[in-house]
Design a protein around this ligand. Structure first.
Ligand code: FES
Length: 105
């Protein structure tokens, strides 16, 4: 079931600079790629780094701690040392605001 939550103004996210938001105890990274917003688990499963502090290249985000890479659209790991997928979250923009669906996967 969907559970959309307002998280941030849309203009706080740039193509090469995501943000981290806290929703219901979950830290979610929000990224912009080719005009569309995407959300994913923001805490790297390899350590305690925030992916939103990492380096974005296309639809991939590189962890700032050990440079593991994830595709933030699919959640798939794309480069060592990370080898487990991360959860992704639907994101939509309405009236200049961003909403994340934290409902069931
Ligand atoms: Fe992210 Fe190690 S904490 S790759």
């Amino acid at each position: 079931m969907s559970d959309w939550r307002e998280v941030a103004p849309a203009d706080t996210v740039d193509e090469d600079e995501g943000i981290g938001v806290e929703v219901d105890g979950k830290n979610i990274g929000i990224f912009l790629y080719e005009g569309k917003f995407y959300g994913c688990e923001n805490v790297c499963p390899h350590g305690a780094a925030f992916l939103s502090d990492g380096f974005q290249e296309g639809c991939e985000i590189e962890c700032p701690l050990h440079q593991g890479r994830f595709d933030f659209i699919t959640g798939e790991p794309k480069g060592p040392p990370v080898d487990t997928p991360i959860r992704t979250y639907p994101v939509k923009e309405e009236g200049g605001k961003l909403f994340v669906d934290i409902g069931a996967e």
